[in-house]
Design a protein around this ligand. Structure first.
Ligand code: 5GP
Length: 212
């Protein structure tokens, strides 16, 4: 496999209530080139969440063992809980040519970008702060205290949007999913992703170079 056949590693972050989960599910169901990484977390499952599908649910001690054993590509604490990306799945899927998506928050995103600068960073946001609050409240799964913490965190996060490569406003789920898909597919044609091809054609052209 050449570098060009390798999948793209994409991080999608976004404010709480940005609709990341819905967009990711739509992307996976509409296209078969994506693999969505399942994170480990020490947070308690929400109603309807499934082990191994939504998250790998761990105790804090189990999570700390995963850190110590070097099993995580990145990890961060978010509103009092650990979240992290198991490493093996990500690399196996990229090697198999899948475009791997990590739906993670900003600190983790920056750790991955630092280690793998070719990572594509997309930030998803609802159209306004009112809408963020409305969506969090409407979900009905969090207490007012947790919602307040998540709103505060969103405010802190807004500082770091500029470190991302793309900003996508989720005002319509279909349009937003299409935009994310198009961005990731364009990344297959960056010069750095196609560097193997660029080297190959340079070699081929040298073979035609008969002028001294
Ligand atoms: P939630 O509790 O709403 O499922 O997720 C809270 C935040 O943690 C979200 O911003 C989500 O993107 C982020 N998150 C989920 N998995 C990971 C992970 O593996 N690593 C990091 N750094 N953040 C994660």
């Amino acid at each position: 496999m050449t570098d060009s056949d390798r999948g793209i590693l994409t991080i999608v972050s976004g404010f709480a209530g940005s609709g990341k989960g819905t967009v990711m599910n739509k992307l996976i169901s509409e296209h078969d080139n994506y693999a969505l990484s399942v994170s480990a977390t020490s947070r308690a499952p929400r109603p309807g969440e499934e082990e191994g599908k939504s998250y790998f649910f761990k105790t804090r001690e189990q999570f700390e063992d995963m850190i110590a054993d070097g099993m995580l590509l990145e990890y961060a604490e978010y509103v009092g809980n650990y979240y992290g990306t198991p490493k093996d799945f990500v690399f196996a899927m990229m090697d198999a040519g899948k475009d791997v998506i990590l739906e993670i928050e900003m600190q983790g995103a920056m750790q991955v970008k630092e280690k793998y600068p070719d990572t594509l960073l997309i930030f998803l946001t609802p159209p306004s702060a009112d809408e963020i609050y409305r969506r969090l409240k409407g979900r009905g799964t969090e207490t007012d205290e947790v919602i307040a913490k998540r709103m505060k965190r969103a405010c802190e996060e807004s500082e770091y949007i500029k470190d991302y490569d793309f900003l996508v406003i989720n005002d319509n789920i279909n349009d937003c999913t299409d935009r994310v898909h198009n961005i990731i597919q364009s990344a297959h044609h960056t010069v750095s992703h196609e560097s193997g091809f660029a080297d190959m054609i340079k070699e081929e052209l040298l073979g035609f170079n008969t002028i001294k």
